[in-house]
Structures are given as C-alpha cells and as structure tokens.
Design a protein around this ligand. Sequence first.
Ligand code: IFM
Length: 436
Amino acid sequence: MATTNPMPRLPAGFLWGVSTSAHQIEGAADERGPSVWDVFTAEPGRVRDGSTAAVACDHVHRHREDVALLADLGVDAYRFSVSWPRVRAEGGLDFYDRLVDDLLAAGVRPVPTLFHWDLPADLDWLERDTAERFAEHVARVVARLGDRVTKWITLNEPAEHTLLGHALGVHAPGRTLLFDALPVAHHQLLAHGLAVRALRAAGTFDIGIANSHGPTWPASDDEADVAAADFYDTLLNRLFADPLLLGRYPEGIGGLMPGDVEADLKIIAEPIDWYGINYYAPTRVGAPQGGEIEFGGVRMPAELPFSVREIAGHPVTGFGWPVVPEALTEVLTVFADRYGDRLPPVVVTENGCAYDGLDDTDRITYLDGHVRALHRAVEAGVDVRGYFVWSLLDNFEWAEGYGRRFGLVHVDFDTQRRTPKASYGWYRALLREQRG
Ligand code: IFM
C-alpha cells in the first residue's frame, strides 16, 4: 500500500504530467501513411495477442474526451507524440493543430515528442539520410505548431528503438543485427542534433530528449559479472547520454559508428534545455551464461557479452518488472554526479507500471513510491523539474499488444469506453495537494 505519510512538496513550478505516444493510442491508421510498426504487426507472430494499432484508443476521433480527462486530472502538461506518417499525409497536421488548441483551452501545456518509434515505412535508420529527413519533418511541425507549443522533445528512447527494433528484432522493424545495429543509434543521435537546430532556427528554446535509463546492478562481485554489468551500463546509460552531454562516445564505441563521427558529434551535442529520463526498473546483469535466454519476453542470443538476471526480493508489476523506487533516486543522483554541470535540469518523462483492474492499488503504491524517490533525489541536490506518468490511457503496448495496461484510465477496446481507475483519483488528489 502507498504510505500514509504526507507526500513531501516538490518545488514550486514543478511540472506534473502524463505521457502517451501516437502509435499506441491514435488509431485512424487509414488517415495516415504506413509506419514500420504497421508493417511489423501485419507479420504473423510479431505481437503476443496478434493485434495491431489500427484502432488502438481511437484517440484521433476521441481526443476531445481525452483532453477533458486531462483537464479533470489537473495535470500541468501532456506529453504526446507527433506521428511522422500522419504529418506526411494530406491534412495530417490538422489533427495536431486541433489537439494543441484544445489542450491550451483546457489549461494543459502541450509537450510533443517528435519521434516515438513509428518511422514512415519507406525510411530506415540504417540510412544516414533519415536524419536529414527527420530535420525536415521537425521543421514542418514547428512551423505549424510553434506559435503555441513552447516545450519540445526530439526523440523517445532511441536506445530501445535501436536495441529492441534493430539488434534483437522484437520491435519494428524486426532486425536482428546485434552490434551491427549501432549505426541506428548514431543516426538517431544525429537526427536529434539536427532537430535541435531546426527547432532553434524556428525560435524555440525549451528543448529536451526522453532517454530510458536505470541502474545496472552486477549479478555478483565476480570480475566477469562486474565487467558484463559495466558493458550493459554503457549501452543503456552512456551510449546516448555521453554524446549528448559530453560530445563524445563512450570508450570503444565511437569506432563502430559510421560517417565522420567527430563532425557529427558537434551537431549531436547541441545544447539542450533539459534532459528527460524515462525510468521503470533497474536491471541485474551478469556474465554470459551460454545459450539463448528469454528475459521479460525478449529472447537474448548467446552471442551477447552479458546476460540479464532476475532481481529477487522486490514485488513485480503485471509485466514482471521489479518495483524498486529507490533505483529512481539512484539513477538521478548517479546522473547528476556523472555529468555534473554538463547535465541540464532533468525531467522524468516516463514512469509507470502495468497492472490490470480498476481498483489499481498496486499502481498507486508504485507511483507513490516513485514520487517520494524523486523527491529524495531533489533533496540530495538533483535539479528535477517535472514528472510524467506513463500513461494516461491503457494502450497498444508494442509487441505485447493490448495485454499490458499502463493507463490511469481504463480503456475497453471493444467499446472505447474510458473509465478512470483508482490511480487516476490518487494522482488528481496528489496534484491538488502539491498545489496547496
Ligand atoms: O509503452 C512504452 C513506451 O512507448 C516507451 N517507454 C516504455 C513504455 C512501457 O513499456
């Protein structure tokens, strides 16, 4: 259960929000071009329940109802993503235009993410040119929305898009390139840097990125386990953060990247105004164990130089992820120590959990624990400026289909009926309390 101790106050001006992404909620697939996710989900066996996101939460047609839920919830900000395939379609930007107007009219600040994995199906992150195409997409979106939108996110979790989509093949586009997927990381980083330039050229000044991070704990003190955990930490916590914040790749990685990396790093390290961290759970990592293993629904090939292990002694979410709020304090303080004054203010751009049911006390316990953990990081001196719950609505959870419910609001996918869960009431009350 959530503790009954009063929740400590986060500093004045702290931004409270919720997050979603286009492919996971929008539906209206026939009103936009195809993305790599449409191609992927059409292939048998790719999604656990065989579903697609063609309708999802039908948000494009029901966004007014969803904006009313946001207003009633009382969030300061709503993080959504702009679908690149929709922007390319005739009239596609009209939807975001209406959404932004409706959000502002409801007193909710729009915070768009410009890429959340739904790459147009004819593009490919293995191609450097995709970074240039992304900058054009960004310029188009900011030209239309930049008069009303002031806070922007370039990319969501390029690490997952690289690892799950291109190295391990469990997400779109389903490639199994292992370390040959690294150019995908570089091209997304380059795309980010070019996007920052495009946004600045349009006069915007409040720009961030949402990267997934979490503590990596070695399976034991054994040298081989520690080395494997360090390597995993480099992939998850440094591969994207070092180039963005320090202008260089972690040792040993730069040589694996394509193109004129030194020149690109200058673009990648364009200053940003804040750094987004998506945190869900820590990872325990040890030396390879030989043979393919399955972890959290992901098949990990034997060639990997590490193996992911169970974290015992903690409750787990409906997804089987360990619930460890103190690991959020840890990742925030480690980042502040590691990057010092190179780290701009931080925003927790995603945090949440999958549980079934409307009376979701487990989710309340999870969120309550994590907000307190965030507060401990603030007390320890980390400059954290916002917190976004993942997610407003139950939605299409990628390769898991509709079986993992992350929403504060339950969605009946047969009728599209929205029903606020107990956690929605809890978050609403928290926000009121925080504002005194
Ligand atoms: O649903 C995803 C989201 O798209 C990216 N971050 C993690 C969430 C939960 O798995």
